[in-house]
Each structure stands twice: as structure tokens, then as C-alpha cells.
Design a protein around this ligand. Structure first.
Ligand SMILES: Nc1ncnc2c1ncn2[C@@H]1O[C@H](COP(=O)(O)OP(=O)(O)O)[C@@H](O)[C@H]1O
Ligand SMILES: [Mg+2]
Length: 259
């Protein structure tokens, strides 16, 4: 089983789009997937057609009130894809957790109780490097970094890598960056080709071969409360996330053999 944090402190880099659609694509390949929405903005929750205000418990209660995760996890429209939903209250959790003993370990402890039910757990991180993100990095084994293929792609990257190094050093020695995902790629634009080359140079050997093309269907899907594989199954965005899911599976298999 793999626990993967999807992280980039830059907003709009494609974290949520990747968490939802890669999760759905893997579930449709027969994997059992849990998506944990660690962002108080709850975009992944809403993308999967769930209204946070309708919920009696969310990740906020699981982290701050010892509410059992099993009772908060919801099935989604996709067979095999479950969701641990978020709520705007979670933005207060960052402050509430500060004085708790073992505050960096809370999410990790929560996962111990549910991980056996899944092949993949994805953590959709907020666009910041605060305590929620540190909890996600401590609970994860791997990090995927989605990067928008634009001029400022690598700006802020050293800060992000530094944070990952600190968590690795102090809390979670097994944590590894295992995949860079180029998002919103447009092959007609020279800038996109240049940026893709730069990112490949910076993260030698870690960039997934599948690039997620810019596709308006991916931007529309959240407002229909469906992952792309249901909303527009044959769109370029759906094809790309299905290919990425296959690459993620193959990649895991390769690493397993190497271990
Ligand atoms: N490949 C893509 N093509 C077109 N729009 C995209 C694509 N990926 C993401 N978007 C849109 O860009 C915005 C930011 O993406 P999102 O996944 O929410 O980023 P993050 O979670 O990193 O803030 C959203 O409106 C989303 O629908
Ligand atoms: Mg997001």
C-alpha cells in the first residue's frame, strides 16, 4: 500500500485536480483508493460532489476531537474511491493543534486504523507549509509534486524541498519525492517545452512521462461534482489521468522489485 502526499505550496498548480482524477483513474483500474482532503478550502470534497456544510463530521473532527475516521469516510460516485472530507473549520485546526502533544503525528495515527483497507491513500495538501502539511508529510511515504508548466514553475521550489528535507530528517526518514507531474501542458507553446526541459533537468529521472495537458473539461468537472473519468471520459484530460494512473502503478511495481 502507498501513502502519497500531493504537495506544492503554490495554489493553482493542479494538486486537487490530480488528487481527484488520478485517484478516480486508479480506482477504475481496480485499486482501493482513499482521498484525504487536507485543505480547509475543501476543493477535493466539492469536486467529488460532497457539500461540506451537509456533513456532520469531517477531517476537522477526526484531527481535533478523536472522531473515528471510519465513521467519517464516505464512498463516492466511483467504485473503489473513498473520501475523507474537509471543511473550512479545518483552517482553525492548525491553531488548535499547536499546543497538542505529538501534534505532527495526529494524521499518521489516524491512518494506522484505516490503511489496511486501501492500496493507495492520497493526501491533497493545502497551499501552505503549515502544520496540516507537516502532518501530511509525516503520514506519507511518498510525495508527488504537480507543477504548472509556466514561466514561474520552479519559483519557491527550494523552500518546498527544504520543508520536505526537514520533515524527513526530524520525523519521517522514509519520505521520498517519487514523482513530479507537469500539469496544464500545451505542446503548441514554446514556453511549455522550455519549462518542461528545465523541470526535467532539475528533477532528473523523477518527472512522470505523462504530462497533463491543459484541457477545459478538467476545469469544468468540479462544478459537476464528478471526476473527469465520469464527466468527460474520452476528453484529453481523462486520457492523460488514465495514462498517469498506469504509469504510477508501473512505477510502484518497479520500485517494489528494486526493494
Ligand atoms: N490540466 C488542466 N487543464 C485546465 N485546467 C486545469 C488543469 N488542471 C487544473 N486546472 C484548473 O486550474 C485551477 C487550479 O487547479 P487545482 O487543481 O485546484 O490546483 P491546486 O489544488 O494546486 O490549487 C482549477 O480551476 C482547475 O480546474
Ligand atoms: Mg487544491
Amino acid at each position: 500500500m502507498r501513502i502519497i502526499a500531493i504537495l506544492n505550496q503554490k495554489g493553482g498548480s493542479g494538486k486537487t485536480t490530480t488528487a481527484v482524477n488520478l485517484g478516480a483513474a486508479l480506482a477504475q483500474l481496480g485499486q482501493k483508493v482513499l482521498l484525504i482532503d487536507v485543505d480547509p478550502q475543501a476543493h477535493a470534497t466539492i469536486h467529488l460532489g460532497v457539500r461540506p456544510s451537509d456533513l456532520s463530521t469531517t477531517l476537522y473532527d477526526v484531527l481535533t476531537n478523536e472522531q473515528p475516521a471510519e465513521q467519517t469516510i464516505l464512498p463516492t460516485l466511483v467504485d473503489g474511491l473513498d473520501l475523507l472530507p474537509s471543511h473550512i473549520d479545518l483552517s482553525g485546526a492548525e491553531i488548535e493543534l499547536v499546543n497538542m502533544v505529538g501534534r505532527e503525528n495526529i494524521l499518521k495515527e489516524v491512518l494506522k486504523g484505516v490503511r489496511r483497507n486501501y492500496d493507495f491513500i492520497f493526501l491533497d495538501c493545502p497551499p501552505s507549509l503549515g502544520l496540516l502539511t507537516v502532518n501530511a508529510l509525516n503520514a506519507a511515504q511518498e510525495v508527488f509534486i504537480p507543477i504548472q508548466t509556466e514561466f514561474f514553475a520552479l519559483e519557491g521550489m527550494s523552500k518546498l524541498l527544504h520543508t520536505i528535507e526537514i520533515v524527513k530528517h526530524r520525523l519521517n526518514p522514509r519520505l521520498k519525492i517519487t514523482g513530479i507531474i507537469l500539469t496544464m501542458f500545451d505542446r503548441r507553446k514554446n514556453i511549455c517545452k522550455d519549462v518542461a526541459e528545465k523541470v526535467e533537468e532539475y528533477f532528473r529521472g523523477k518527472v512522470f512521462q505523462v504530462k497533463i495537458r491543459e484541457n477545459v473539461r478538467l476545469a469544468e468537472a468540479p462544478s459537476y461534482g464528478q471526476p473527469i473519468t465520469l464527466y468527460a471520459p474520452s476528453s484529453p484530460g481523462s486520457q492523460d489521468y488514465q495514462l498517469l494512473a498506469q504509469e504510477v502503478l508501473a512505477h510502484g511495481e518497479k520500485n517494489r522489485i528494486r526493494r
